[in-house]
Design a binder for this molecule. Sequence first.
Ligand code: ZN
Ligand code: ZN
Length: 400
Amino acid sequence: MGDSRRITEMAEQLQEKLVENRRHLHSNPELFMELPMTVKFVQEKLAKLGIESQNVGGGVVANIGDPTKGKTILLRADMDALPIQEETGLPFSAQGKAMHACGHDVHTSLLLGAAEILKSMESEIPGNVKLMFQPGEEVLSGAKAMVGEGVLENPQVHGAMMIHVFSGLEIEAGKVLVPKEGAASMAPDEFHINIQGKGGHGAMPHTAVDPLNIAAHTHIALQEMISREIKPGEKALCVVGHMSGGDAGNVVPDKAKLIGVIRTMNPKTREFLKDRLVQISKGVASTFRGEAEVEYTIQCPSVINDPVMRQKGIDYAKELFGEESVLPLDGYMDDGMLSGSEDFSFISERVPSFMSIMSMGSTDDGYIYSHHHPKTDFDEKMFYRGAAYYAYYAIRWLQD
Ligand SMILES: [Zn+2]
Ligand SMILES: [Zn+2]
């Protein structure tokens, strides 16, 4: 395996640069869909490598290779941070109210490293590699925006892969963890239930319609969906995280509100629960003489791991890093799927895709916080493996 040695060696030589770029990004986190400093940083780094790039849907897209020579594979990294105040105490900590607590600073740096490797081998690439740096993963909007602006066309994308780094697992850094095939992350749908009652004096409730009473009954009624309408053993959640309405103890308010998220792993169950939530909300409200409107504010499908793309991901990781470098996710996460979400799903619903996880911080080495924690940190010593894996996956897939 000539390419595996070569790519690993090139990645090892980039190790220092990977750390430096990651630290720069870590110190300068940006939130949501507009990441002007990060986008500029990525585009400047690509330009230095002689790689042209375009702005697409708030992110950056670049191509390496020649689409007339073969297929096009897309490699995805996300670039956005979280609205968390950092508490790591690292010398390159972020100072404001944003933090790279999900490792997207690492992903961006790793993909820039892969870009450098791929550019140096460009004439040998039997096809085209499209790099996608996206905003807004945490708000599940960035990939959708980039797909809407044509990231999968010109040249047309035939397959896609991504890496997400994880810290706080009992696994040595640098291992590739493989989620199951098919649905590999839950599909989250955020709902707002707006309840309309009729305000009035607390001493004359008969002249009013109490929206808080409706809200309370709705909350309880929603529990029935998971406990009585979903097959035992199937994973589905409906959690209300916000209930509000009213200001004073002697006033029946006019309105109340519930906000929550339905998470499912099966598209049929997803549609079923979304419909049932509307029926239950409206039904309970009308029973108590009020009205309810349901609005779905975030809707994101599951990431689908294509069986062939996934198997190749396993084979390539073994070629690169050895037999022991690959582990199924099952041992570490329920059913081998993420209970969280990942908006790479908007790519995976259109082209065969593979979502891989790379361990980047073992509890044995002191990386005890998992992502989204204000003290999350990632073990930098295996960064080269992430850059190598991105680059090698692309080259081998195009060869195959
Ligand atoms: Zn995250
Ligand atoms: Zn993330």
